[in-house]
Ligand binder design. Structure first.
Ligand code: SAH
Length: 259
């Protein structure tokens, strides 16, 4: 028996139907690689191992869960370690689909690592706290639209699948949960300086009540950048495409300022 450890965000799913539904949302096709983050006691894993057509690997930080999984699924490829720290190559080579009932305390960080590997991560199916799921799926104009919404939606199509109440977990988390799916879009490249894009999005939302003119002041772009009409708006009013266009404008002005 593996006892849940709170500091590892362990809330084990008890409901088999919910577990099945999550694994059925996986878009991986025959021959493709799948990485499960935080299998714990294997409630999702038990369904995933029933698919011999996929190549499954799991990454789990908890020694006791790892030992349990080794005993229960001797043929399973288990990587023991921290998803946020371990070299990517230890978990995946080439295109990969990610699935998991995420440790909620690090779900945003998991997505930042996914973003860093956006050319390899084809899709993500995950359960996380509803509030974060909402933020990721939200469109511009909403109070919860933020950094992760813009950065993830730039590269992924986000589907909000279903909500999950606390009672189906042991122990029950304090918050509602939700399952979402992200599928990599066709956009190989944004057509702008992607590092600058991320910087503008992050800085814009760090001061989300301010106009972009004020929020982006610290980035000290050439003066005429700040006279663009879009600078009157707040970050939450800009779509992904608006942010891409803004980044292109900034690049143009920076180039012009250097000449
Ligand atoms: N999938 C299981 C467990 C979900 S709880 C279920 O649905 O029941 C989250 C799991 O993530 C736990 O097993 C926890 O040990 C693991 N975990 C927590 N932090 C982790 C990290 N940084 N890297 C990998 N696994 C982690």
């Amino acid at each position: 028996m593996v006892r849940p450890k709170k500091h590892l965000g362990q809330h084990f799913l008890k409901d088999q139907q919910t577990a099945r539904k999550i694994t059925e949302a996986l878009t991986a096709g025959p021959g493709e690689s799948v990485l499960e983050i935080g299998p714990g006691t294997g409630v999702l894993t038990q369904f995933l191992v029933q698919r011999p057509d996929i190549s499954l690997r799991v990454i789990e930080i908890d020694r006791e869960s790892v030992a349990f999984l080794q005993r229960t699924y001797p043929a399973l490829a288990i990587v023991e370690g921290d998803f946020l720290e371990i070299p990517w190559e230890a978990m995946a080579t080439g295109p990969v689909h990610i699935i998991g009932n995420f440790p909620y305390n690090i779900s945003s960080q998991i997505f930042f690592r996914v973003l860093a590997h956006r050319q390899e991560v084809r899709s993500v199916v995950c359960m996380l706290q509803k509030e974060v799921a909402d933020r990721i799926a939200e469109k511009e104009g909403s109070k919860t639209y933020g950094i992760l919404s813009v950065l993830l939606q730039a590269y992924y199509t986000v589907d909000y699948l279903f909500k999950v109440p606390p009672g189906v977990f042991h122990p029950p988390p304090k918050v509602m949960s939700a399952v979402i799916r992200l599928v990599r879009n066709e956009r190989e490249h944004l057509g702008c300086d992607e590092a600058l894009f991320q910087k503008v999005v992050k800085q814009g939302f760090n001061n989300r009540r301010k106009t972009l003119r004020n929020a982006l002041k610290v980035l000290a772009f050439p003066a005429d950048v700040y006279s663009l009409p879009v600078m009157d708006k707040r970050a939450e009013q800009l779509s992904v495409d608006d942010f891409i266009n803004l980044t292109r404008h900034i690049q143009d002005r920076e180039r012009a300022a250097r000449i």
